[in-house]
Design a protein around this ligand. Structure first.
Ligand SMILES: Cc1cc2nc3c(=O)[nH]c(=O)nc-3n(C[C@H](O)[C@H](O)[C@H](O)COP(=O)(O)O)c2cc1C
Length: 470
C-alpha cells in the first residue's frame, strides 16, 4: 500500500534546478552536440544543400564511405578489468614531432565554401589543441596565411601534382619556406571521382544563383550573409574557377602521375613525406622500400574510386608488412574517438579526420571545430579508460576484433570448402549449432584474441578465403 501526501513546495523546489539560459546561441547550439553526428545534423540545417552535399557526399553509390563507417561500427572491444586508468595520456609522437591526440585534421578543398572561417578556423583550433593541421592544394587560405594563423603549431601540406608541374613545384617550395614540416602527396586522384550529388545539385565554384539556390537560401541567411560579405572565394594555388568541382579537378589533375613524380617531389621537399591514398599491401611495401616516411591508408573518404578497399580493414596487413619501418596512418569514415582508439590498437600511428572537422566547421566556425576536437578527445579518453589502458602505447591488437560483414568470395571450390563454417561441438554456455570461422594459416595477434572469443575477425576470414590483395 502506497502512502500518499500532498506535494510539498519545499521538496518540489529542491528538484527544480533552474539553469541560467545561455544567451550565446552558437555556444548553446554547440554544447548540445554530443557526437559528431549531432554536429552533422546542425551543419545540415545551417548550410545550403549544395555545399553540404559536396562535403557529406562521396563518389558514385557512396558504398566506400558507408562500408568504411560500418567497419568502425563493427569493432568489438575487449577491455581488461580491475586495471585502473584514472588518468590517461593521449599524446603521441608522429613524424618526429608531437601531437596531443592521435589524430589531426585532413586536407580538404574549397573549405571556405562550407563556412566562411574555413582553413583559418581549422588551423587555429588544431594549434590550440596541439594537433597537426593539413592544408590542401585546393585550400581557400594561402600557405602563408595558415602559417600566420598557426605559427607555433604543426602545419602539414597536401600536394596534388597537376598537369602544369611548375604550379605544384612552386607550392612545394612555398610550403617548405613557410615551415610546414610534412608533405602529403595524394595519389588516389588521377581523375576526379563521380560525385553525383554535385552533378544533381548543379554545384559549381563559385555557386551560381538560381531560383533553387534562392529558395534554399531562405532558411540559411547567415551562410549567405557570410558568403556575400567576406572576401571572394579564391584558391591558394589554382587560378582557374568556373565549372563543377569534378570539371575543375579534372582540369587540374594529371592521369599520368607516377613514381617519377615522387622522385622529383622528394628532391624538392626537405621535410617528411607521406603518401596519401595507399590502398594495397604491395604498393605500401614498394613505397617504404623507396624510403617514404609515412603511408596514409585512405580512399579519400570514398570520394574517388567507389567500392575501394576499406582502409581500416587494410590496416593490420599493412602494419604487419611495413609497420616497423614507417609511420602508418589511416583515414576515411572516422566519426567517433573510439574509431581512432581501435585504429591505434591495430597498429596505426595516427589518424586524420576530414568530414568530422567540416561538420564542426559548418555547425559553428572555429568554435565548432573546437567542439569537434573536444568530442573526439572525450570519446578517446573514455574508451581508453574503459579498456583499462593509460597510454596509447598500451593499446594492442588484442583489444580489438574487426567483425566481418562482407567477405571475399572464395576463388576455388577447395577454398570454399575450407572456409565454409563447420559445425562444432558447443562449448559450455554456447548455443547448439553455433559455428565459428576456421583459419588455414597461422594466426596473427589480433586474430588469435578474436577467434578465442568466437568471433569472425576480418583478417581471419579473408586469409582463410585466400582474399589477400587482389
Ligand atoms: C569536402 C572534402 C574535400 C576534400 N578535399 C581533399 C583535397 O583537397 N585533397 C586531398 O588529398 N583530400 C581531400 N579530401 C579527403 C580528405 O583528406 C580525407 O582523406 C577524407 O575526408 C577522410 O575521410 P572522412 O571524411 O570520412 O574523415 C577531401 C574530403 C572532403 C570531405
Amino acid at each position: 500500500m502506497v502512502t500518499r501526501q500532498l506535494p510539498r513546495p519545499a521538496e518540489v523546489f529542491e528538484l527544480m534546478k533552474l539553469r541560467k539560459p545561455d544567451l550565446n546561441s552558437r555556444r548553446r547550439r554547440l554544447s548540445a552536440a554530443l557526437t559528431i553526428d549531432d554536429l552533422r545534423t546542425i551543419a545540415r540545417r545551417r548550410t545550403p544543400a549544395a555545399a553540404f552535399d559536396y562535403t557529406d557526399g562521396a563518389a558514385e553509390g557512396e558504398l566506400s564511405l558507408r562500408r568504411a563507417r560500418q567497419a568502425f561500427e563493427d569493432v568489438e572491444f575487449h577491455p581488461d578489468v580491475l586495471r585502473p586508468a584514472e588518468v590517461v595520456d593521449t599524446s603521441t609522437q608522429i613524424l618526429d614531432g608531437s601531437s596531443a591526440l592521435p589524430f589531426g585534421i585532413a586536407p580538404t578543398g574549397f573549405t571556405r565554401l562550407m563556412q566562411t572561417e574555413g582553413e583559418i578556423a581549422g588551423a587555429t583550433a588544431a594549434g590550440t589543441a596541439g594537433i597537426p593541421f593539413t592544408l590542401s592544394t585546393l585550400g581557400t587560405a594561402s600557405i602563408e596565411d595558415v602559417r600566420s594563423a598557426n605559427p607555433t603549431g604543426r602545419n602539414w601540406f597536401q600536394l596534388y601534382v597537376m598537369r602544369d608541374r611548375e604550379i605544384s613545384y612552386e607550392l612545394t617550395r612555398r610550403a617548405a619556406d613557410a615551415g610546414f614540416d610534412t608533405l602529403f602527396f595524394t595519389v588516389d586522384t588521377p581523375v576526379a571521382g563521380a560525385r553525383l550529388r554535385d552533378r544533381r545539385n548543379g554545384f559549381s565554384i563559385p555557386p551560381q544563383i538560381s531560383l533553387k539556390t534562392i529558395a534554399n537560401a531562405i532558411p540559411r541567411p547567415w551562410w549567405w550573409f557570410d558568403f556575400l560579405t567576406t572576401p571572394k572565394l579564391e584558391f591558394a594555388s589554382l587560378t582557374s574557377t568556373g565549372g563543377t568541382v569534378g570539371e575543375l579537378l579534372d582540369a587540374a589533375m594529371d592521369p599520368t602521375i607516377s613514381y617519377d613524380d615522387l622522385a622529383v617531389i622528394r628532391e624538392l621537399w626537405p621535410g617528411k613525406i607521406v603518401i596519401k591514398g595507399v590502398q594495397n599491401v604491395p604498393d605500401a611495401v614498394r613505397l617504404v622500400d623507396l624510403g617514404v616516411d609515412g603511408i596514409l591508408l585512405s580512399n579519400h573518404g570514398g570520394r574517388q574510386l567507389d567500392r575501394a578497399p576499406v582502409p581500416f580493414h587494410l590496416l593490420p596487413k599493412v602494419v604487419r608488412e611495413v609497420g616497423d619501418d614507417t609511420a602508418i596512418m589511416v583515414d576515411t569514415g572516422i566519426m567517433n574517438g573510439a574509431d581512432i582508439v581501435a585504429s591505434v590498437a591495430l597498429g596505426a600511428d595516427f589518424a586524420l579526420v576530414g568530414r568530422a572537422y567540416l561538420y564542426g566547421l559548418m555547425a559553428g566556425g572555429r568554435a565548432g571545430v573546437d567542439r569537434m576536437i573536444e568530442i573526439l578527445r572525450g570519446e578517446i579518453v573514455r574508451t581508453m579508460k574503459l579498456l583499462g589502458v593509460q597510454s596509447l602505447g598500451e593499446l594492442e591488437p588484442r583489444h580489438v576484433t574487426q567483425l566481418a560483414r562482407l567477405v571475399p568470395v572464395p576463388e576455388s571450390a577447395e577454398e570454399a570448402a575450407e572456409t565454409a563454417p563447420r559445425p562444432e561441438l558447443p562449448r559450455e554456455g554456447e548455443a547448439k549449432g553455433t559455428t565459428r570461422a576456421t583459419r588455414s594459416r597461422p594466426k596473427s595477434r589480433a586474430a588469435t584474441s578474436a577467434s578465442t572469443r568466437g568471433a569472425a575477425p576480418v583478417e581471419a576470414v579473408e586469409e582463410s578465403a585466400g582474399g589477400g590483395d587482389r
